[in-house]
Write a new protein. Structure first.
Length: 146
Protein backbone atom coordinates (compact mmCIF):
# COMPACT_ATOMS: atom_id res chain seq x y z
CA UNK A 1 0.00 0.00 0.00
CA UNK A 2 1.33 3.43 -0.97
CA UNK A 3 0.26 7.04 -0.49
CA UNK A 4 0.63 9.51 -3.36
CA UNK A 5 0.28 13.22 -2.62
CA UNK A 6 -0.54 15.41 -5.64
CA UNK A 7 1.01 18.89 -5.47
CA UNK A 8 0.56 19.43 -1.72
CA UNK A 9 -0.13 23.02 -0.64
CA UNK A 10 0.75 22.88 3.06
CA UNK A 11 4.07 21.60 4.41
CA UNK A 12 2.57 20.70 7.81
CA UNK A 13 0.01 18.40 6.18
CA UNK A 14 2.66 16.65 4.10
CA UNK A 15 4.75 16.29 7.26
CA UNK A 16 1.82 14.60 9.01
CA UNK A 17 1.32 12.30 5.99
CA UNK A 18 5.02 11.39 6.10
CA UNK A 19 4.60 10.47 9.76
CA UNK A 20 1.53 8.33 8.96
CA UNK A 21 3.40 6.57 6.15
CA UNK A 22 6.37 5.85 8.40
CA UNK A 23 4.15 4.42 11.15
CA UNK A 24 2.23 2.18 8.73
CA UNK A 25 5.24 1.22 6.61
CA UNK A 26 3.73 2.78 3.49
CA UNK A 27 5.82 4.65 0.92
CA UNK A 28 4.87 8.27 0.29
CA UNK A 29 5.10 9.53 -3.29
CA UNK A 30 5.25 13.33 -3.49
CA UNK A 31 4.21 14.77 -6.86
CA UNK A 32 5.54 18.28 -7.65
CA UNK A 33 5.09 21.13 -7.82
CA UNK A 34 4.48 21.64 -4.10
CA UNK A 35 3.10 24.90 -2.72
CA UNK A 36 6.30 25.23 -0.68
CA UNK A 37 9.95 24.32 -1.27
CA UNK A 38 10.29 20.54 -1.01
CA UNK A 39 13.15 20.18 1.44
CA UNK A 40 13.74 18.52 4.75
CA UNK A 41 13.67 21.67 6.88
CA UNK A 42 9.98 22.70 6.61
CA UNK A 43 8.85 19.07 6.67
CA UNK A 44 10.91 18.05 9.72
CA UNK A 45 8.88 20.37 11.95
CA UNK A 46 5.71 18.30 11.49
CA UNK A 47 7.21 14.95 10.46
CA UNK A 48 9.75 15.14 13.32
CA UNK A 49 12.18 12.21 13.37
CA UNK A 50 9.80 10.19 11.17
CA UNK A 51 11.21 12.02 8.13
CA UNK A 52 14.39 9.94 8.42
CA UNK A 53 12.60 6.57 8.60
CA UNK A 54 9.88 7.21 6.01
CA UNK A 55 10.22 5.96 2.44
CA UNK A 56 9.69 9.14 0.42
CA UNK A 57 9.73 9.03 -3.37
CA UNK A 58 9.88 12.39 -5.11
CA UNK A 59 8.42 12.98 -8.61
CA UNK A 60 8.91 16.15 -10.67
CA UNK A 61 5.44 15.97 -12.24
CA UNK A 62 2.27 13.90 -12.62
CA UNK A 63 3.59 12.51 -15.92
CA UNK A 64 6.82 11.36 -14.23
CA UNK A 65 4.84 9.73 -11.42
CA UNK A 66 2.43 7.99 -13.82
CA UNK A 67 5.29 6.69 -16.00
CA UNK A 68 7.17 5.29 -13.00
CA UNK A 69 4.15 3.61 -11.39
CA UNK A 70 2.25 1.62 -13.98
CA UNK A 71 1.86 -1.48 -11.77
CA UNK A 72 -0.41 -0.27 -8.99
CA UNK A 73 -4.05 0.73 -9.12
CA UNK A 74 -4.67 4.43 -8.49
CA UNK A 75 -7.46 5.10 -5.97
CA UNK A 76 -8.36 8.78 -5.58
CA UNK A 77 -9.68 9.98 -2.21
CA UNK A 78 -12.23 12.74 -2.76
CA UNK A 79 -15.30 14.27 -1.13
CA UNK A 80 -16.91 13.63 -4.55
CA UNK A 81 -16.06 9.92 -4.53
CA UNK A 82 -18.38 7.45 -6.26
CA UNK A 83 -17.75 4.67 -3.74
CA UNK A 84 -17.69 4.81 0.07
CA UNK A 85 -14.42 3.80 1.75
CA UNK A 86 -16.03 1.03 3.83
CA UNK A 87 -17.50 -0.67 0.76
CA UNK A 88 -14.40 -0.54 -1.44
CA UNK A 89 -12.15 -3.62 -1.84
CA UNK A 90 -8.50 -2.57 -1.68
CA UNK A 91 -5.53 -4.50 -3.08
CA UNK A 92 -2.04 -4.58 -1.54
CA UNK A 93 -0.43 -2.77 -4.50
CA UNK A 94 -2.90 0.16 -4.54
CA UNK A 95 -1.86 3.81 -4.49
CA UNK A 96 -4.09 6.02 -2.36
CA UNK A 97 -3.97 9.38 -4.16
CA UNK A 98 -4.55 12.58 -2.18
CA UNK A 99 -5.17 15.86 -3.97
CA UNK A 100 -4.25 19.42 -3.14
CA UNK A 101 -5.85 20.79 0.01
CA UNK A 102 -7.18 23.77 -1.93
CA UNK A 103 -8.27 22.21 -5.22
CA UNK A 104 -8.10 18.40 -5.24
CA UNK A 105 -6.80 17.08 -8.57
CA UNK A 106 -7.53 18.17 -12.15
CA UNK A 107 -10.05 16.16 -14.15
CA UNK A 108 -7.37 14.44 -16.28
CA UNK A 109 -5.74 13.07 -13.11
CA UNK A 110 -9.09 11.99 -11.66
CA UNK A 111 -10.01 10.32 -14.96
CA UNK A 112 -6.83 8.24 -14.88
CA UNK A 113 -7.76 6.68 -11.52
CA UNK A 114 -9.39 3.26 -11.25
CA UNK A 115 -11.86 4.52 -8.65
CA UNK A 116 -12.75 7.58 -6.60
CA UNK A 117 -13.46 6.82 -2.96
CA UNK A 118 -14.98 9.04 -0.27
CA UNK A 119 -14.92 8.79 3.48
CA UNK A 120 -18.54 8.87 4.69
CA UNK A 121 -19.13 11.72 7.12
CA UNK A 122 -22.52 11.62 8.86
CA UNK A 123 -21.78 14.86 10.76
CA UNK A 124 -22.33 18.42 9.52
CA UNK A 125 -18.72 19.03 8.37
CA UNK A 126 -17.98 19.23 4.63
CA UNK A 127 -14.45 17.78 4.58
CA UNK A 128 -11.61 16.35 6.65
CA UNK A 129 -8.01 17.52 6.75
CA UNK A 130 -6.02 15.74 4.03
CA UNK A 131 -3.64 14.12 6.54
CA UNK A 132 -6.55 12.87 8.66
CA UNK A 133 -8.13 11.43 5.50
CA UNK A 134 -4.85 9.73 4.60
CA UNK A 135 -4.71 8.05 8.01
CA UNK A 136 -8.31 6.86 7.92
CA UNK A 137 -8.09 5.50 4.36
CA UNK A 138 -4.66 3.89 4.81
CA UNK A 139 -5.81 2.21 8.01
CA UNK A 140 -8.87 0.73 6.30
CA UNK A 141 -6.89 -0.35 3.23
CA UNK A 142 -4.27 -2.07 5.37
CA UNK A 143 -6.91 -3.68 7.56
CA UNK A 144 -8.41 -5.25 4.45
CA UNK A 145 -5.14 -6.36 2.89
CA UNK A 146 -3.08 -7.48 5.91
Amino acid sequence: MKLAVYQPDIAANLGAIIRIGACFGAAIHVIEPCGFPFSAKPLRRSAMDYFDIAKIVHHDSWDDFAAANKGGRMILLSTKGRCELWGFAFRPDDFLLLGQESAGVPSEVADSCAETVKIPMPGPGRSLNVAVSAGIALSEAMRQTR
